[in-house]
Design a protein around this ligand. Structure first.
Ligand code: ASP
Length: 425
């Protein structure tokens, strides 16, 4: 059986068994099964995280050193950032358009919170709210500090990606500038380590069906399938708005970009990325998915290593189209649910902060919540009101993470195409 088929079957089995576990298994059996799902899922996640630091450092260094000078690196960097900005903006605009048309926060003309009799919203999701309460716009500026870490080893230990990325870019830039004797050897050693990391990733991918099954089964069993979809809590329309936005962004905007700018068959590219997309869905972490995203791009979608090595680690950290869309829809939905009118200026503020904060949001589960708290504060809404979306956040996190990863992969194809069409290698 092909790898992709195994992964998709594992995903479906995870959903089915996860939904059945609390329903049909007697108490002790259910807790044994939950323990097993948790154990296997964590092992898989740990294995992926284990390769991230050596993989991204070696891939960026060899990508940058191999790209042929700072001028080519500069053009590649500008194209990459242009792609990130344009697609994130399109995602955000899709979200804003849909949430205004559908108005998921209003039911039969009444704000949702009132219609459902939701008072004391702040009491739900207390622990999560505690974490995000202190977030403010100033925190977004931390990304500049993160780019220049005072201690690169500490940045690596803490998995602080931006710091590792900027150090690796500098390292790659300066390799060709030292004596040939050293640069030649160094470049080959780093490329060798990169090859080993890719081989280890390929090995870990063999366990992907088990890991994906376990991660999904645990999430579904814990939340209950109905609650995950938000039907039970009147959040069905909100979920539908987010999901429709993510689908339009993926299958219209990104497919169009792939076809017209990347000159690739979008369906073939989507197929090549399925292992990474399913992993993103089950882990809800674009950072943890990074090794598999690179593997799929280099080995299945045939994008050049020098491009993926630069575009993907950067993209997994700063390019989050699904997240930006979700932040906008959530913030405006919460305003609607509370019966608060948002002016055009408020909506522009929401769009702007969603764009900027999606750059700073980490590629880990539920990271958007901090950004949503910042947006709510900026437009004068109570952070406590975020409790309304928490029951469905995990399910939507899984979907938006898959979109984040897909957009990164499209960016790699487009940058690769643009570099090739200009005769640059
Ligand atoms: N989980 C998302 C990611 O890893 C970030 C977020 O939107 O919470 O890409």
């Amino acid at each position: 059986m092909g790898d992709v088929r195994k992964i998709v079957i594992a995903l479906l089995l995870g959903i089915a068994l996860g939904a059945l576990t609390p329903e049909v298994a007697p108490g002790p059996v259910a807790s044994f099964l939950m323990g097993t799902y948790g154990f296997l899922g964590t092992l898989f996640l740990n294995a992926l995280k284990m390769v991230i630091v050596p993989l991204i450092t070696t891939s960026i260094i060899s990508g940058v050193a191999g790209v042929g000078g700072t001028r080519s690196l500069g053009t590649m960097g500008i194209r990459t950032f242009f792609y990130y900005m344009v697609t994130s903006l399109l995602a955000v605009l899709t979200g804003v358009f849909l949430v205004n048309i559908v108005s998921p926060g209003v039911i039969d003309g009444a704000p949702l919170a009132q219609a459902l009799g939701l008072n004391g919203l702040g009491e739900a999701g207390g622990a999560t709210l505690e974490k995000v309460r202190g977030a403010d716009f100033g925190a977004i500026l931390n990304i500049f500090y993160d780019m220049v870490p005072p201690n690169v080893v500490q940045a690596a230990v803490e998995g602080q990606m931006l710091g590792i990325i900027s150090f690796s870019i500098l390292f790659g830039v300066f390799i060709p500038r030292i004596g040939h004797d050293y640069s030649e050897v160094l470049f080959r050693v780093i490329q060798g380590v990169h090859e080993v990391m890719m081989a280890i990733t390929e090995f870990i991918m063999r366990f992907a069906p088990i890991g994906i099954f376990a991660l999904v089964a645990k999430v579904v069993a814990e939340a209950g399938a109905g609650d995950l979809l938000g039907l039970a809590k009147g959040l069905g329309l909100f979920c539908l708005t987010v999901v429709t936005g993510l689908l339009i962004h993926t299958f219209v905007t990104l497919f169009f970009a792939l076809l017209k700018v990347g000159h690739r068959n979008p369906v073939d590219h989507f197929r090549a990325m399925v292992p990474a997309l399913v992993t993103a869905f089950s882990t809800a972490s674009s950072a943890a998915t990074l090794p598999i995203t690179m593997e799929c791009l280099e080995r299945r979608a045939r994008v050049r290593e020098s491009v993926t090595g630069f575009v993907i680690p950067l993209g997994a950290t700063v390019n989050m189209d699904g997240t930006a869309l979700y932040e906008c829809v959530s913030a405006l939905f919460i305003a609607q649910a509370l019966g608060v009118e948002t002016s055009l200026v408020d909506q522009v503020v929401v769009v702007w902060i969603a764009l900027i904060s999606s750059i700073g949001v980490a590629g880990i589960p539920a990271a958007s919540l901090v950004a949503i708290a910042i947006i709510l504060k900026a437009v004068g809404l109570p952070v406590e009101a975020m409790a309304i979306i928490l029951p469905v956040d995990r399910f939507l996190d899984m979907l938006r993470t898959a979109v984040n990863v897909f957009s990164d992969s499209v960016g790699a194809v487009i940058v690769d195409e643009l570099e090739t069409s200009r005769g640059e290698t």
